[in-house]
Write a new protein. Structure first.
Lengths: 247, 368
């Protein structure tokens, strides 16, 4: 059974249809990359999976259990699904260690010392243990985004959603963030990435989905999507990317 | 996938199912029901007590009892919703279909919270009602003598014209004066320093000085100075000067916050086109600053309207002073309540308007 099954999800804002009966399966330990033009619904899809947004029709299941519709305990759901945002969204009034231990302390009920140890362990894995007491605005964008990933990981999520996490970063800072994602992929973390980093998607993804007008227009292993795309629109999109020198 | 990994993932799924169990909200619905029941009883008891009292005072029995029955019936409705919540919750517990149970549970919780908040609102109103009628309705008689309120309304309303005049003139003066101060405070460089310093001293002084003291000093002090022109002004004019000085200091801070909230890159862009400092302010910075500060400006405006009542201290016959005269003639404060009501009636629409502006601003920022 797939970890997440998205079944004909439909969502619109007013007259603008964002998801138009989109279906997608995410298996455990799979890294799924969502690519496609701006406004094709990548971010919305991610936000619907952890219920920051609500779909209007269709169904999303986690561990085979429907998580759309009324009465789903969202706090429990979000313990299971972590998300990292494009703009980091760290809490500016808390130090790095406070940022990453807030969830474990308040939600998981972890002890203070244990949470701190776990946080420091994860921080040193990404080479930021010396920044534990700093406040987010003293950190570079790349460092902030790495802390944001750690904040999500502290909850031991079954699934990690990454929403264009390198789009706001200067080019030379992108790799330090992608290295962590690569490392997580190797450790078997299930992840869904909305990304514009085609080279990275090609390297790290088990499955690439090209989204177009609210549906998965074409999906497959990266070798096929990037090497031998079938759909006209996929070809056109990739040609634009290559012409822009981004692949 | 090897067996241990498969087992781990089954374990994980089971853990998830255990945590995301159906919530029936039994305790919450029962609490909502108890609160609703208590509310119904308190409101009914209050309505009966007040109605009996009013009938005793010679009011017509029928309308009084009908008026008393309305809140009691409304509370009964709330209690009915609470019963519905309890039943929904029981349905959620006994349903075999997980999804149906979740939907019922969610509905039960929503209905419970609604009943609880309605009940609390009714209890607060109930407490206020008691406050009005205890001690032989002393509170009602002192503050809400309807007869005196209606009798004094015309005179007080006429005097309120003075408040409107003071407000209207000083509002215009303040908007201009405060902008001047704000620009003086944000003057750049070494050359701007003396003027900046003066502006800072001014706004510190007049923000620190209570408005009532400023009005008192100007209203009684200037006539004593024998300065030409200044000694012969009307008390309205003194009030306008004093309020402009006080509110100018506050409002200049609002402007300044607006000016400083415009990103410095905008100055860079405007200066790069060759615009002078003042033209940059005039065409680029101030227009952007003003848009963001309309809600706080409106707040100051409301505050200014209310503070026009302070001019009563220098003997201006404004609505407050007029009503005090009526109140002392009648040994009853209800005339002052007339002014209170007038002030409230004119400020409430503005307060809502400010809320709307803030909301519009926020939704713009959300979508942007």
């Amino acid at each position: 059974m797939a970890l997440v099954e998205i079944d004909k999800a439909y969502k619109h804002y007013g007259s603008l249809v964002v998801l138009n009966g989109l279906s997608l399966e995410i298996k455990e330990h799979q890294v799924v990359c969502l690519i496609g033009p701006s406004g094709c619904g990548k971010s919305t899809l991610l936000r619907c999976i952890n219920r920051l947004e609500t779909i209007q029709k269709g169904e999303i299941r986690l561990h085979g259990d429907r998580i759309t519709g009324p009465g789903v305990d969202l706090d429990v759901l979000r313990r299971e699904i972590g998300i990292v945002f494009q703009g980091y969204n760290l809490f500016p009034h808390m130090s790095v260690i406070e940022n990453i231990t807030l969830g474990p302390l308040k939600v998981l009920g972890m002890g203070k010392a244990e949470a701190r140890d776990k946080g420091m362990a994860l921080l040193s894995r990404i080479g930021l243990s010396h920044k534990a007491e700093e406040f987010p605005d003293r950190l570079s964008g790349g460092q902030q985004q790495r802390v944001a990933i750690v904040r999500a990981l502290m909850m031991d999520p079954a699934l990690l959603l990454l929403d264009e996490i390198t789009s706001a970063l200067d080019p030379e800072l992108v790799s330090e963030v992608l290295d962590i994602v690569r490392d997580l992929a190797a450790k078997g973390m299930t992840m869904v990435l909305a990304t514009h980093e085609m080279g990275f998607a090609r390297e790290v993804a088990d499955k690439v989905c090209f989204l177009q007008e609210g549906v998965v227009y074409e999906e497959g292993p990266p070798s096929r999507i990037f090497g031998d795309p079938q759909g006209e629109r996929t070809k056109a999109f990739l040609k634009r990317i290559i012409d822009a020198g981004r692949l | 996938m090897n067996t241990t990994a498969a087992m781990a993932s089954v374990e994980r799924a089971n853990q998830w199912r255990a945590r995301s169990r159906v919530r029936a909200y039994g305790a919450l619905t029962r609490a909502a029901f108890s609160i609703a029941a208590v509310t119904f009883m308190s409101v009914a008891a209050t309505a009966i007590a007040i109605a009996q009292f009013m009938v005793q005072e010679g009011w017509d029995a029928v309308p009084v009892w009908i008026a008393g029955a309305i809140p009691a019936l409304l509370c009964l409705l709330v209690a009915g919703r609470a019963v519905q919540a309890v039943r929904l919750s029981m349905g959620a517990r006994s349903s075999d279909d997980v999804y149906e149970a979740r939907a019922l549970g969610a509905k039960a919780s929503e209905v419970s919270w609604k009943t609880i908040s309605h009940s609390i609102a009714f209890l607060i109103l109930c407490a206020l009602a008691w406050f009005m009628v205890v001690n032989d309705a002393a509170v009602s008689r002192t503050f809400f003598d309807m007869d005196l309120i209606t009798r004094s309304a015309t005179t007080v309303l006429k005097a309120f014209g003075t408040n409107v005049l003071i407000f209207a003139v000083s509002a215009v003066l303040i908007l201009v004066w405060a902008l001047v101060i704000a620009i003086a405070r944000t003057l750049p460089g070494e050359a701007g320093r003396p003027i900046r310093t003066i502006a800072i001293i001014y706004s510190d002084l007049f923000r620190g000085l209570p408005a009532i003291i400023t009005i008192y000093l100007i209203g009684f002090g200037l006539p004593l100075t024998n300065l030409p022109v200044l000694k012969d002004l009307s008390s309205n004019a003194y009030a306008i000067i004093a309020l402009t000085l006080t509110y100018g200091a506050y409002t200049s801070e609002v402007y300044r916050a607006g000016i400083e909230s415009v990103h410095p890159s905008q100055i860079a862009a405007a200066r790069s086109l060759g615009l002078s400092y003042f033209r940059t302010m005039r065409y680029v910075i101030v227009p952007q600053a003003v848009r963001g500060i309309i809600p706080p400006l409106m707040n100051n405006c409301i505050s200014l309207q209310k503070d026009t009542a302070l001019v009563a201290i220098i003997g201006t016959i404004d609505a407050f002073n007029q009503s005090k005269i009526i109140a002392s003639n009648n040994f009853n404060l209800s005339a002052v309540m007339t002014v209170a009501i007038i002030f409230i009636l004119i400020t409430i629409p503005q307060a809502r308007f400010v809320d709307k502006l803030i909301e519009r601003d926020r939704s713009k920022r959300r979508s942007g």
